[in-house]
Ligand binder design. Structure first.
Ligand code: NOJ
Length: 714
């Protein structure tokens, strides 16, 4: 602790300390342009004195605005402690990268790191010192709107990607906050803010590892989540907030609540009063309260009454002040804010180039009946509401503006150097069932054999508060695709979305499907690169795509039942674990995606059939590019522990490698598999491996059955 911090802690009154532990939305306290203090303090009931001493503001940025607010604050704060500005910079600040779920599909940690670094560079110049990212909630239910913020359904991959984001933000000079601790992604029925109920084992094995990985990588903050977990709202979970996060993982940074989550413990039916909320949260080492005023209103009296020790408050205060020191704010309260420089950096050619590369590497080719890549000199037309749509930025697009984005039509026209015909086909609200535009669209494109149908859900259909109970492609768009096919066209669909959508209804009418997600600022250029074959699609799914919404939650690393449906056919459905109206398997599994060439993978071999405690084996397989062009495959390694004291999942991802081969080339791909990678939380709660047989799978997606048998001998 520096002398400065020690001195401040000594000098500050209890009231001042409580204010410092509070974060408000700056718009409540300041008007954006003048930095004048507004009258009421919004719903939080803050006094003028409270407002003058608050510790932090969120979601307020812009170089000049930040300076004005900081100046105003410093002129009023008795201790001249600078504010720290935090913002949801989730996938870019001005230059918008693909949504994190898409970026996850790149399976490319270096790329995620680079995107995070550039996000940080833009953010700092715009007056932000800390981002509420990465979000590493494990997600299995595509109905939940926030799956777009995560990197998917695999704990190992989420940990790797989360760490890459942390490194990138730090490289770019910005602090970062991992969220939402814990298990927020397990919201029942995919409904936003809903209850979660997750066993301790499940938590430890699936939901917690990615947060831990980010903490170990040096994430500066952790955000506790809104949700009720096993009957207790997160901010009431001493076991997780103190025992796990602080003691077991050694996290000594700032723990911040999610928006108003401290006072929401009352609505949950857990605590009755704001006093109790303050006492519980501070007792669980929640250092900063976002957007509720339990601390400001009650911490001083709680300390005076002896219900909370001043030492406990001081410890939180120290963490908050240390965070500000780390951000360099005592030396320079504006951080790296620089309006002039920002003009050159925001959306600079280098940033756009990275956004384009990221969008290219995030789009997943789900089907290709030989139609892609399109040949540049063959005429084709565009259809669908996303052909000319520029809001393809996705939710949480920060300062991203649709007018700075490139639509599919613009991207293709720029690449081809000619104008293209496009017909929307769906007028008005694209989620409404209005099919009246279809005849005119068919008429407009009738002279073209091939149609690129740009369809999907709008940016606002995913993100916070944007759960959907029906995740099919909106009906008028599905009808458009069908009508195009029935009119004799070859249909290549480009699908936009912030979640896996149910594609079963359109799939039979599509000759190709490229899943573009919400690709960000350079989306249209990237899609043109892919459609025209300048680039090969290399991304692979990190969330399973259900056949029907009713399959959610659906994920590859699930368990067998006592009555599995094998083979997975509709005929074989009686008294076994199945549906009457659909298969068990997803339409497209985790790890799946196509490129522009064909692959053969065979001959899985182990360097030894046996492995011992502390030992390792090499797993190899032969990969051949059997197609006509060079390409790259994502070779994946999975294991299954056949019998154990606790039933193990059907498959667990343990590694992956991108391998690029020329047409006709063949290569042996090798993975290192250690005994450590076979460990799990056993029936006695120990993290250990158990003797017995394992299947070791190698494949091009999680449905692979290519395997070898390994025996762990103890
Ligand atoms: C609520 C969201 O859950 C969280 O992810 C976000 O960081 C905060 N609001 C601040 O905007």
């Amino acid at each position: 602790m520096t002398e400065r911090i020690e001195k401040l802690i000594e000098e500050m009154s209890l009231e001042e300390k409580a204010r410092q532990l509070t974060q408000v939305n700056a718009k409540i306290v300041y008007t954006a342009t003048t930095a004048a203090i507004t009258g009421t303090g919004g719903a939080m009931g803050l006094s003028e004195e409270d407002k003058a001493g608050i510790g932090s503001v969120l979601n307020f940025s812009g170089a000049d605005e930040e300076k004005a607010v900081q100046d105003d604050h410093l002129s009023k704060d008795p201790h001249k402690i600078p504010l720290i500005f935090m913002q949801d910079v989730i996938h870019g600040c001005h230059t918008i990268f693909p949504v994190p779920l898409a970026l996850g599909c790149s399976f490319d940690e270096a790329l995620a790191e680079e995107c995070a670094e550039m996000s940080a560079v833009e953010s700092r110049l715009n007056g932000v010192q800390l981002t509420f990212s990465p979000m590493v909630d494990l997600v299995r239910d595509a109905r939940w709107g926030r799956v777009m913020e995560s990197t998917g359904e695999d704990p190992y991959l989420n940990g790797l990607m989360g760490k890459a984001f942390v490194r990138g933000y730090h490289k770019g000079g910005m602090l970062c906050c991992v969220k939402h601790f814990a298990a927020y992604g397990a919201a029942e029925a995919g409904r936003e803010y809903n209850t979660t109920d997750v066993s301790e084992r499940n938590l430890k094995e699936y939901f917690l590892p990615a947060y831990r990985a980010c903490v170990e990588e040096g994430a500066d903050l952790v955000m506790s989540s809104f949700n009720l977990l096993n009957g207790i709202p997160l901010n009431g979970h001493k076991d997780l907030l103190v025992d796990t996060l602080r003691k077991e993982w050694g996290f000594d940074g700032v723990l911040i609540s999610d928006y108003a989550a401290v006072k929401e413990m009352i609505a949950h039916g857990y605590l009755e009063t704001m006093e109790e909320c303050a006492e519980t949260a501070i007792g669980n080492e929640l250092d900063m309260e976002m957007m509720s005023s339990a601390y400001v209103r009650h911490l001083p009296e709680l300390v005076k009454e002896g219900k909370v020790s001043e030492e406990r408050v001081n410890e939180s205060l120290r963490r908050v002040l240390e965070m500000k020191e780390k951000a360099g704010l005592f030396e320079c309260p504006y951080g790296d804010t620089d309006a002039e420089k920002a003009k050159d950096v925001n959306l600079s050619p280098a940033h756009r180039a990275l956004a384009r590369k990221a969008a290219v590497r995030s789009a997943v080719l789900l089907k290709n009946g030989g139609v892609l890549p399109l040949s540049a000199d063959r005429p084709f037309a565009l259809a669908g509401p996303f052909a000319e749509e520029k809001n393809i930025l996705g939710s949480w697009a920060c300062h991203g503006r649709p007018e700075d984005a490139v639509s599919v039509k613009e991207g293709l026209e720029a690449a081809l150097g000619r104008k293209l015909v496009s017909a929307k086909g769906c007028e008005g609200d694209i989620l409404a069932a209005d099919e009246s535009g279809i005849p005119a669209a068919l008429e407009a494109v009738k002279g073209f054999k091939t149609i690129v149908a740009c369809i999907g859900e709008p940016s606002a259909s995913s993100g916070e508060g944007a759960s959907r109970a029906d995740i099919r492609i909106p009906a008028p768009q599905a009808a458009l695709v069908k009508a195009l096919k029935e009119a004799g066209h070859t249909v290549a669909a480009v699908v936009f979305g912030g979640r896996p959508q149910v594609l079963s209804e359109i799939e039979p009418y599509c000759d190709a499907i490229l899943y573009a997600w919400q690709p960000g600022t350079e989306g249209g250029n990237a899609i043109a690169d892919l459609l025209l074959g300048k680039e090969e699609p290399t991304a692979r799914l990190t969330m399973s795509f259900p056949r029907k919404t009713g399959q959610c939650p659906i994920y590859y690393n699930c368990f067998n039942t006592g009555r599995p449906r094998i083979p997975d056919t509709l005929e074989n459905s009686n008294y076994i674990s199945s549906y009457r109206d659909t298969l068990n398997a997803p339409l497209y599994p985790f790890g799946y995606g196509l490129g522009y060439t064909d692959w053969e993978l065979k001959g899985v071999r182990l360097s030894s059939e046996k492995i011992v405690e502390g030992g390792r084996v090499t797993v190899s397989a032969l990969l051949k590019n059997t197609g006509k062009r060079a390409g790259s495959a994502l070779v994946q390694l999975y294991i299954r522990d056949r019998f154990a004291s606790v039933v193990r999942p059907l498959k667990e991802l343990k590694g992956f490698q991108r391998v690029s081969l020329a047409a006709g080339e063949e290569r042996e791909v090798c993975f290192d598999l250690s005994e450590e990678m076979l460990r799990f939380y056993t029936a006695s709660g120990e993290f250990a491996s158990e003797a017995g047989k394992f299947d070791v799978f190698v494949g091009l997606d999680s449905s692979t059955s290519l395997s070898a048998e390994l025996t762990l001998v103890k």
